[in-house]
Ligand binder design. Structure first.
Ligand code: FAD
Ligand code: PHB
Length: 390
């Protein structure tokens, strides 16, 4: 029988970051993760960090490599109707974003946790939680054929959208809000220089495309695709042709192609559950909410949850007060719903939903209005760089 203060299910970015911040405040945790360390560290996902997320990583003593290797972006471009319009994030909000891959954030976090002697149980199966309404819940799992049990004060459900924590809550205690989009994103990673110094979000009659990057020599590109698309049907050359066809000519001509080193399809959804606290169990990050990647908000929202929760846990162990723990749901959900709204809106003006020409003209009018209005651009920019914390 193991004993800890906080059992954390899931060693993705939210679980690892929570564990690291608690550790720095003298609070003990054990991480239970379904996959291997190698698998977790290799997953290619988010790329854009808000300044608030960068600040939280610095607070967690993780900044050194990030500050050296990140690319600071003061703006991005919108491409539509054959033209591009720059969104001057810095000029509009005095803030910038950082391009630093989730893969790197996760690697830094695992290294820091392992160096500090953290207990991380990788390749755990049959993970189950019990007694979340008691003061000492338990987490049970199997590792290398042995059943293990952890007793703890709190359980943090950081196990992503497919995890078990949310599913452990009685159905009548939880409310779900969901919107599925009729498309996904096909993404590739390639060791070729990015087509531009900043990101380009493109609305095109053939569908949305995004030009992103991980470094000055590694590009990340996405094209909107059907939900029934098979990855095998997308050869590299088909992908490059499709990407170029969705970009204004001068950008398309500048795309440097090369062999992909990763290729994957992700469906798009908006998903939120309420509340986020059930007795001693707290849902964090993708376990509690999913947004379409268009607004680059998922990882940033996960970090924002961690920020609220870790401070509430620290306060509890310092003072015995549960006041901030009881406010976790409300505080996190207020920020979450604003990010859900923004990601939905940005998706709705940039993606192809149907062949309806009226809907398409409305999108183009909105993009044209946006690019000519400082008020509208400021609204877009302040959401993209991350809304201020309360
Ligand atoms: P996860 O990363 O899903 O981690 C959950 C962990 O729990 C995993 O390691 C998993 O193996 C583990 N787990 C699952 N089930 C169990 C179980 N039963 N027991 C134990 N462990 C379990 N966000 C941004 O902010 N900016 C972006 O630019 C961006 N781009 C994206 C692009 C794509 C294509 C995708 C798919 C997502 C993107 N996101 C982006 C979203 C971002 O990747 C997620 O929001 C982020 O990974 C959430 O972190 P998490 O730790 O909450 O969950
Ligand atoms: C990425 O680089 O993976 C990325 C960037 C911006 C987004 C989504 C994904 O909005």
């Amino acid at each position: 029988m193991l004993r800890t203060q906080v059992a954390i299910i899931g060693a993705g970015p939210s679980g690892l970051l929570l564990s690291q911040l608690l550790h720095l405040h003298g609070i003990d945790s054990i991480l239970v993760e379904r996959h291997s360390r190698e698998y977790v560290a290799a997953r290619i996902r988010a790329g854009v960090l808000e300044q608030g997320t960068v600040d939280l990583l610095l607070e967690a003593n993780l900044g050194e490599r990030m500050l050296k290797e990140r690319l600071v972006h003061d703006g991005f471009s919108l491409a539509f109707s054959g033209r591009t319009e720059r969104v001057d994030l810095k000029g509009l909000t005095q803030k910038a974003v950082s391009v630093y891959g989730q893969t790197e954030v996760t690697k830094d976090l695992i290294e820091a946790r392992v160096a500090a002697g953290a207990k991380i149980c990788f390749t755990a199966s049959e993970v189950a939680i019990e007694g979340i309404d008691d003061h000492h819940p338990t987490v049970r799992f199997t590792q290398e054929g042995r059943t293990q049990e952890i007793t703890c004060d709190f359980v943090a459900g950081c196990d992503g959208y497919h995890g078990i924590c949310r599913q452990s809550v009685p159905k009548d205690a939880i409310r779900t809000f969901e919107r599925l989009y009729p498309f996904g994103w096909l993404g590739i990673l390639a060791d070729v220089p990015p087509v531009a110094h900043e990101l380009i979000y493109s609305n095109h009659a053939r569908g949305f495309a995004l030009c992103s990057m991980r470094s000055s020599t590694r590009s990340r590109y996405y094209v909107q695709c059907g939900l029934d698309e098979k990855l095998e049907a997308w050869t590299d050359s088909r992908f490059w042709d499709e990407l170029r066809s969705r970009l204004p000519d001068e950008i398309a001509d500048a795309v440097v192609t090369g062999p992909s080193i990763e290729k994957s399809i992700a469906p798009l959804r908006s998903f939120v559950v309420e509340p986020l606290k059930f007795g001693q169990l707290f849902l964090v990050g993708d376990a509690a909410h999913i947004v379409p990647p268009t607004g680059a908000k998922g990882l940033n929202l996960a970090a924002a949850d961690v920020r609220v929760l870790y401070r509430a846990i620290v306060e509890y162990y310092r003072t015995g007060s549960t006041e901030s723990l009881n406010l976790y749901s409300e505080k996190s959900l207020r920020r979450t719903w604003k990010a859900v709204r923004f990601s939905w809106w940005f998706t709705s003006i940039s993606h192809k939903f149907s062949d309806d020409p009226f809907a398409n003209r409305l999108q183009l009018a909105e993009l044209d209005y946006l690019s000519g209005s400082t008020a509208a651009l400021t609204s877009l920019a302040e959401n993209y760089v991350g809304l201020p914390f309360e």
